[in-house]
Design a protein. Structure first.
Length: 462
């Protein structure tokens, strides 16, 4: 809770800090703020916490798991602000403030205990992103991305709210605990009412949009491609992570006893998401769009954790969200600087990068290997934990996921081949990365390897 308050106050202060036109001091201020929030959150986890666990009469519950997920999202935001240095004068304060407000919504989604706070968390997370997607008003792609995201997000919110109303009508409560322990327990004997079934399906549809899962994924490639790259990276890591954590939390605490109803439909949608994301990424020539479709595929993998609403599922969620998040930050970050130099976003832009910039190419190599699920990286460990947690009940889904994971190696290795086995272009890139960017890349690399080699250090947290 203290980390949430600190980030919110910092976001408000940044709005006024932009009036001073001291752009260079903003980034260090944000790093310090997020680092302090991370330390405060760790202290709360270690035992230095408030005298009560629940806040606002059961609206928020900062349990051990919620604090772990909060720490992951804060850490990803910190690494993102280090890797993505701003280049627009006069806008950095507003961008940072909106990102921090969105992070506040993400924190609410890790700790909500009522459908009220679920809705508030979704809106606090989403509304700043509608602005951030199109904050470069001079770029038509960003305007298109913002409009599509706003329209689709509004429809998804309406569906989520309607589903919430139906669940309230069936159960008489907005509390996750009351619905899970009382209504769902009684329904396990008598069967779910049609109103409750419709409500669960509509809530599921609203959350599937937030994590860009098929068939609610059509906005993601265009929005990810049109948005500024650092906003795209924030969406693909923090926003997607918060969405899947909220999904896991809701269906674990509230709808766990009704998995006989929603389990198989969600498994089918997970398989569809994995297939659509990987097949579409295979035919992309734009690197950024390829990562966007890859993000859709990873949403499918993450949905598998909801199918196993137990402790092993939570352990897999920690490793996969943090591992995929750090790898994505590396990939999007390096692409951003290559694109800034060349003005192109094709895979050919990376030709010969290993010869001119070995460290940068190595970072990209590890990030892509992790996303492909190669051993000794976070991606392999995360997929192993995910697949093993649902193998007994959904063997067919694991087989589908394995087949398409193998297929994903093809499009990831296209970039690796370009970096290591092709000659540099005539307009070869000359990258000059600030020290903070190199530090962010190094920390992200360490996390990718740590999650791949010693995952038990992280899985023991929950």
């Amino acid at each position: 809770m203290k980390a949430f308050i600190l980030i919110f106050i910092g976001a408000v202060a940044l709005l006024f800090g932009g009036l001073g036109r001291k752009e260079r001091s903003l980034s260090p201020a944000v790093w310090i703020l997020l680092l302090l929030a991370l330390i405060v959150n760790a202290l709360e986890y270690a035992g230095w916490h408030m005298a009560w666990e629940e806040v606002g009469e059961g609206m928020l519950s900062f349990s051990q798991g919620a604090l772990v997920y909060t720490g992951i999202l804060i850490l990803l935001t910190l690494l993102g602000t280090m890797v993505y240095q701003p280049r627009e004068s006069g806008r950095s304060a507003d961008v940072y403030a909106l990102m921090l407000f969105s992070l506040c919504g993400a924190i609410v989604l890790t700790s909500f205990s009522s459908f009220f706070t679920l809705f508030l968390g979704v809106e606090i997370l989403s509304i700043p992103l509608y602005v951030l997607a199109g904050y470069r008003k001079e770029q038509l792609g960003g305007n298109e991305a913002a409009l599509k995201y706003f329209l689709m997000g509004s429809f998804a919110t309406g569906i989520l709210l309607f589903g919430t109303a139906l669940i309230y009508g069936a159960s008489g409560s907005f509390s996750l605990e009351d619905i899970g322990l009382k209504y769902m327990l009684a329904s396990s004997l008598t069967g779910l009412s049609p109103m409750a079934k419709t409500g669960i399906m509509m809530v599921m549809a609203g959350l599937l949009f937030k994590v860009s899962a098929a068939p609610f994924h059509f906005w993601a490639p265009d929005v990810y491609t049109g948005s500024p790259t650092r906003i795209t990276a924030f969406m693909a890591t923090v926003v997607k992570g918060a969405g899947i954590i909220a999904f896991f939390r809701l269906f674990t605490l509230c709808f766990g006893m009704a998995d006989y109803f929603w389990g198989m439909p969600l498994a089918v949608l997970a398989a569809l998401t994995i297939a659509v994301g990987n097949l579409s990424a295979l035919f992309q020539t734009s690197f950024k769009r390829m990562l966007a479709w890859s993000s859709v595929a990873h949403a499918g993998y993450l949905l598998m954790v909801v199918l196993n609403h137990a402790k092993p599922g939570g352990e897999a969620l920690i490793v996969y969200v943090l591992g995929y998040g750090t790898a994505s930050l590396i990939a999007f970050g390096i692409y951003r600087y290559v694109h800034m130099q060349t003005g192109k976003d094709e895979t050919a832009s990376f030709n010969g990068l290993a010869k001119s910039h070995p460290f940068v190419a190595f970072c990209m190599l590890i990030a892509l290997l992790s996303m492909a699920g190669i051993p000794a990286t976070a991606g392999f460990t995360g997929k192993y934990l995910l697949f093993s947690s649902v193998f007994h009940d959904y063997t067919w889904l694991v087989i589908v996921a394995l087949v398409f994971s193998a297929l994903s190696i093809a499009y990831y290795f296209r970039v690796i081949m370009a970096m290591y086995f092709k000659d540099p272009n005539e307009d070869a890139v000359t990258l000059s990365l600030p020290i903070s960017v190199r530090a962010g890349l190094m920390l992200s690399l360490l996390l990718v390897f740590a999650l791949g080699i010693v995952p038990m250090f992280f899985t023991r947290l929950i």
